[in-house]
Write a protein that binds this ligand. Structure first.
Ligand code: SF4
Length: 237
């Protein structure tokens, strides 16, 4: 089995509930979607990056892994495009007693189930309707899939949190429906965080809109947080 890796690097985690932690990022190539705010467009073609055998990719991870790394983050692209390879790499990382972390749009719950046993921390990303991730015809299918992945992660007792990227285009009524769907799937006690992440550098939402969206989550989950991509503020990759 081979894997196509776009890049591997150590940086400071800039998103989500574990922002600020020293992290080895394993960025997989390939994502067929089209979010208008995507900041990793170079890694979207599956042909981007370099191809490695799993053995060689594990050796590369070992060579790149710095002391006192908090976690290894499988990102992309979307790691579920190469889910079998991610499972092998994550198994290798777990054998070194370092937590594994998956960030994905959760577009396919079967692929997610395949990887899940080898992942310790899961970020479940729910896309808003305005993200342009998929066309409106397929949007509900995508959200059903993300909800199924959320349910699987919680049932498997993984550290699980939710992230929603919002922009100036985000409509509060659509966001509210998404939040309702999430809390039809899980309770507040099932999850370890709920992050509203504003877009950066493109159609940035106003503070007024961010607070309006925050207020829609708060009745369900009082620990909701608005967290921008902090790595961009310090010029980190
Ligand atoms: S799912 Fe992620 S990698 Fe794919 S287009 Fe959207 S933001 Fe970019």
């Amino acid at each position: 089995m081979n894997v196509r890796l776009f890049e591997i690097f150590t940086s400071v985690e800039g998103e989500g509930i574990l922002f600020g932690t020293k992290t080895l990022f394993v960025r997989l190539a390939g994502c067929p979607f089209s979010c208008f705010y995507c900041d990793t467009v170079e890694s979207l073609p599956l042909e981007s990056g370099d191809e490695y055998s799993i053995d060689n990719a594990c050796k590369l991870i070992d060579a790149k892994l710095q002391n006192q790394t908090y976690k290894v983050n499988f990102t992309g692209g979307d790691p579920l495009i190469q889910h079998k390879s991610v499972a092998e790499l994550a198994k290798h990382v777990q054998s070194k007693k370092i937590p594994t972390y998956l960030e994905s749009s959760c577009f396919d719950s079967e692929r997610f189930s395949y990887v899940l046993p080898f992942i310790d921390i899961v970020k479940i990303e729910f896309k808003t309707k305005d993200s342009d991730f998929v066309d409106s015809k397929h949007y509900n299918t995508l959200i059903d899939s993300a909800a199924k992945c959320l349910s699987l992660a919680v049932s498997a007792k993984k550290t699980t949190y939710i992230k929603i990227v919002v922009s100036a285009k985000t409509k509060p009524e659509d966001f509210d429906s998404l939040v309702a769907k999430i809390f039809d799937t899980v309770t507040k006690d099932d999850i370890d965080g709920f992050i509203i992440q504003p877009t950066f550098g493109i159609k940035e939402p106003s503070l007024e809109l961010l607070l309006e969206l925050y207020d829609l989550v708060y009745p369900h989950y009082v620990d909701v947080k608005v967290v921008p991509q902090l790595h961009k503020l310090i010029g980190a990759p």
